[in-house]
Ligand binder design. Structure first.
Ligand SMILES: CCCCCCCCCCCCC/C=C/[C@@H](O)[C@@H](N)CO[C@@H]1O[C@H](CO)[C@@H](O)[C@H](O)[C@H]1O
Length: 480
């Protein structure tokens, strides 16, 4: 279909059924890293073992102190007029070592109280089971390279479903498995800091998908009466060919499959994308390996993973320009060489202070259409979307980014027929931005990390978002 690349902000209203929300993750906001029986996660170990892992030598030990300030956070959500809050449960509060024997009732009580309070405030909880804080004990046993981690994830998911399930209808199993595999197990920039760009990166994807499917089946086999929906959160870029050439168009397609397709294809369609099977298989063979570095699924595994979704949870921030390149030399196995594409950003896109994040609002519409037509998921939630700045209450750049992306989302809904049921902006408040520490802020609400109270203050974008969530309108006045 032809979609004009409109940049104007629409003055039409969002459907009244659309759900406005905000998102966070446990390690990034909670703090209280060793309180009330919580175990050590691989992020606790990563930041404590070598402060140089983090740009500003900071940690998430206190972060936004949301573990203690959760009632205040719910008040903020109410002031924002949002009806959906996506947050994650810290695995190590429930099972401090990752094993059932370490069960910690205090962790369960904490989250049960929290979801009850959200419901009382008429805010729907969307619970992510895993947002990168793997129990350190499991990490030492191979973490996402060890098949048994999928079973440990199932043990943990069962406890959370059983206890929080009466109050939760929207579940996300694993957040952005690709980021974990590329940055945690390949570039080493994130926990656990491994550099296995040839094979570990692919095994990590396989084990996370098995873990997701394990939790999905546990929910539908044992807790179907709760009537909730479960999926995995996948991050993606909108891939625009660098030029009009057929070669760049094909490269953009490869880029799509080696990123989003890597995780979505097994879940929504079955098996790895064919281009990955072919390219990694051929390059592995040329390297003299007897088996592809992309681990083939068994027939049982394929059936186990295929169809494990009730909706599509999409994290979308940026666009990338993609170009064809000469076939990279065969040598040491490497995912980035297997991919066989070049990536950059177009000069007309607006850069943020995060090197990877550029504003190209049309990308939201383009990607939503692609996900909708390729995977036919029935319903999409955009579970993350946001903009990086330095500390600044007058964040006009963030406001314009959100306005532009949401305007294009509405075009996808109203013009193209894509079903987007809800949106949780990243993030409710400034927080610990992984390897960037507190140097990059994504919150619509400012957090003063120098104050013991972690004072929260609405930025301009939060004031605008609160009005938008109340009126379903991105500008001052909308037409129905
Ligand atoms: C001339 C230079 C050319 C370089 C071209 C590189 C192009 C590759 C760019 C791909 C960028 C994708 C990287 C994406 C990362 C994000 O998905 C990831 N950081 C998002 O993580 C989520 O976002 C939040 C903000 O970073 C984070 O706080 C949250 O926890 C994550 O779920």
């Amino acid at each position: 279909i032809y979609i004009p690349k409109a940049t104007n902000i629409t003055n039409r209203k969002f459907p009244s059924t659309f759900i406005w929300g905000a998102a966070t993750a446990a390690y990034q906001i909670e703090g209280a890293w060793d309180e009330d029986g919580k175990g050590e996660s691989m992020w606790d170990r990563f930041v404590h073992s070598d402060p140089t892992h983090i740009d500003d030598r900071s940690t998430g030990d206190v972060a936004c102190d949301s573990y203690h300030k959760w009632q205040e956070d719910i008040e903020l959500l109410k002031q924002l007029n949002v009806k959906l809050y996506r947050f994650s449960v810290a695995w190590t509060r429930i099972l401090p070592t990752g094993y059932l024997e370490s069960f910690n009732q205090a962790g369960v009580d904490y989250y049960v109280n929290f979801v009850k309070a959200l419901r009382a405030a008429e805010i729907e909880p969307m619970v992510t089971l895993y947002h990168w804080d793997l129990p350190q004990t499991l990490s030492e046993q191979g973490g996402w390279l060890n098949d048994s981690t999928a079973d440990r994830f199932g043990d943990y998911a069962r406890i959370v479903f059983k206890n929080l399930g009466p109050y939760v209808k929207l579940w996300a199993t694993i957040n952005e498995p690709k980021t974990t595999c590329t940055q945690g197990y390949a570039s080493g920039e994130m926990a656990p800091g491994l550099k296995l760009v040839g094979d570990g990166i692919y095994q990590c994807a396989r084990v996370q998908l098995l873990a997701h499917a394990t939790a999905y089946h546990i929910y539908h086999d044992e807790f179907a009466d709760q009537g909730g929906n479960v999926t995995i959160v996948i991050d993606a870029t909108y891939n625009e060919p660098l030029t009009d050439s057929a070669a760049d168009a094909e490269a953009a397609e490869w880029e799509f499959e080696f990123n989003l397709g890597w995780y979505a294809n097994p879940v929504y369609l079955g098996d790895w994308p064919q281009i990955m099977i072919d390219r990694v298989g051929n390059r592995s063979k040329a390297e003299g390996l007897s088996q592809s570095r992309l681990p083939p699924w068994s027939k049982d595994e394929l059936e186990f993973v295929k169809g494990t979704f009730d909706y599509f949870a999409l994290n979308m921030y940026t666009a990338v320009a993609v170009n064809a390149i000469d076939e990279p030399p065969i040598g040491t196995g490497n995912y980035y060489l297997d991919k066989g594409t070049g990536t950059s950003y177009k000069p007309e896109w607006t850069p943020s202070i995060a090197g990877w994040l550029y504003s190209y609002p049309y990308g939201m519409r383009g990607l939503l259409n692609r996900v909708w037509s390729k995977y036919n998921p029935g319903s999409i939630y955009v579970t993350e979307n946001g903009w990086a700045t330095t500390e600044d209450l007058n964040d006009q750049g963030r406001l314009e980014y959100l306005q532009g992306y949401l305007s294009n989302m509405l075009d996808a809904i109203l013009e193209d027929g894509v079903v987007v049921d809800g949106y949780t902006t990243w993030s409710l408040m400034d927080n610990f931005e992984w390897a960037r520490g507190y140097t990059q802020r994504y919150g619509i609400i400012d957090v003063d990390f120098n104050s013991p109270n972690r004072t929260r203050t609405f930025k301009d974008s939060a004031k605008w978002y609160s009005q938008t969530a109340a009126t379903y309108c991105l500008v001052d006045t909308c037409v129905d």
